[in-house]
Design a binder for this molecule. Structure first.
Ligand code: C5P
Length: 424
């Protein structure tokens, strides 16, 4: 079986979740031996930020990459490494350790750990714990792309899935070994999202065993700023980095959608598996969007310039000797509104609202004005524009849902899962 056909049972947050519920939850984190082990230290911090405590089992291989001291300092709990040492303590055997947690997370889950877990080999503390547990296990695989694609690994993953295990990742991208492909451990935020969903015993877990819930669906996403030229050397634009829109395009593609990303000028590489159309002006962006229809969902993330210079000269305009600057502006087309009124209107249209005050009130009004289905509102009074994190409020017809501040990629994955649920 190829890696892309691998039915990774993705996990996601259910609707109406509450982070308060997580305060008493406890995770046993098995850190395996891979370069991605350092990311598991960030995972501990991310879980703790979400009110989830963790305790670490560090495999022998894991201890080649991170120290028990770091893991212990971050969890505030002893770190276990050795099966026999643990049993000698008398107060916490491997059986108890495996059962005292609400969930076991294996990150990074190496090919070796997956193989031993699939076969029921209990050769060290980590594998013995996995065999002894009565709790759900979430694996975050990390390995070289060839090892991930190997028939043996895919067989082991399938066995674990059949046994009820959950998986998050791996992601595709550049690898520490210099190769490129699927095998990078999922980012700590994505693993933490999956941990939360699993901890809530989300019934959608089973539904989410479907690896590509957006397979067969098409998505159109706009991202970045537009650039409105005055002359060959000057233009009007804004600070949009495109990060959020690109992350959404990637997240939708990861869930199986066929994605067209219409992007203004940014410094970002095209997301994997996404068709990118690069444009400059709002008018070009609208034309590219209309060309990309029909689509099942339109996510309008771009910070489109509301105005453009009334004239664009071929030659650089000269500074007037006196008097005001000769800058006359005309209104740009509203792409979101135009697509909402389009005869090929996608069944789900999502606009963005960046506000500095009265965020929800203005977003509600914007939803009605633009006639879109959802508005993703965010407060841009901080460093959202150009920054890596975002706190979104999803405004729908029947109410709002506030999401905590998180990495833009994690927010994108959360939105993509909401979209997948809505398009079902
Ligand atoms: O009108 P305002 O800029 O406040 O609305 C923001 C939303 O509208 C975003 O989804 C943005 O992508 C979209 N928009 C657009 N075309 C414009 C202005 C905004 O598609 N000319």
């Amino acid at each position: 079986m190829s890696a892309s056909a691998q039915p990774s049972p993705w996990v996601a947050l259910g609707p109406g979740h509450s982070y308060k519920n997580m305060m008493t939850k406890h995770v046993l984190l098995i850190i395996g031996g891979g370069i991605a082990a350092y990311k598991s230290l960030f995972l501990i911090r991310e879980l703790s930020r979400r009110g989830i405590s963790s305790q670490v089992i560090l495999t022998k291989g894991g201890s080649q990459f991170v120290t028990a001291l770091s893991a212990g300092a971050l969890t505030n709990k002893p770190v276990f490494t050795d099966l026999w040492e643990l049993d000698e303590t008398g107060d916490m055997g491997h059986i108890e350790l495996s059962r005292s947690a609400d969930l076991i997370v294996v990150a990074p889950a190496t090919a070796n750990l997956l193989a031993r877990a699939a076969q029921g080999v209990a050769s060290d503390l980590a594998s013995t714990t996995l065999l002894a547990t009565d709790k759900r296990v979430l694996y975050a695989p990390a390995m070289n792309v060839r090892m991930w694609e190997a028939a043996a690994t895919q067989r082991n993953v399938q066995t674990l899935i059949d046994d009820g295990a959950l998986f998050v990742g791996p992601d595709a991208g550049d690898m520490a070994c210099g190769e490129f492909g699927e095998g990078r451990m999922a980012e700590p935020e994505a693993i933490a999202d999956a941990v939360e969903a699993a901890l809530m015993g989300d019934t959608s877990l089973d539904a989410l065993r479907e690896p590509k819930p957006l397979a067969g669906q098409s998505a159109l996403v706009t991202a970045g700023p537009t650039r409105e030229p005055l002359d060959p050397v000057r233009y009007l634009s804004n600070h949009s980095s495109g990060k959020q829109g690109y992350a959404i395009a990637q997240a939708l593609a990861d869930l199986g959608a066929e994605v067209t990303l219409v992007s203004g000028p940014t410094a970002l590489p095209a997301p994997l598996g996404v068709t990118r159309v690069v444009v400059e002006t709002a008018e070009e962006m609208l034309a590219a969007c209309e060309d990309a229809l029909p689509a099942n969902v339109f996510v309008s993330v771009a910070a489109v310039a509301d105005w453009r210079p009334a004239t664009r000269t071929d030659k650089k305009t000269k500074k007037p000797k006196d008097g005001p600057a000769p800058l006359e502006l005309v209104e740009n087309p509203d792409i979101l509104k135009t697509i909402c009124a389009h005869k090929k209107r996608p069944e789900l249209v999502i606009g963005f609202a960046a506000e500095t005050h009265d965020v929800v009130k203005l977003a509600r009004a914007k939803r009605l004005r633009k006639t879109c289905d959802w508005i993703v509102a965010n407060d841009v009074s901080g460093d959202v524009m150009g920054g890596d994190a975002n706190a979104m409020i999803l405004v729908k017809e029947d109410g709002e849902e506030s999401w905590p501040r998180m990495d833009k990629r994690a927010a994108a994955r959360k939105l993509a899962r909401e979209i997948a649920k809505a398009l079902k």
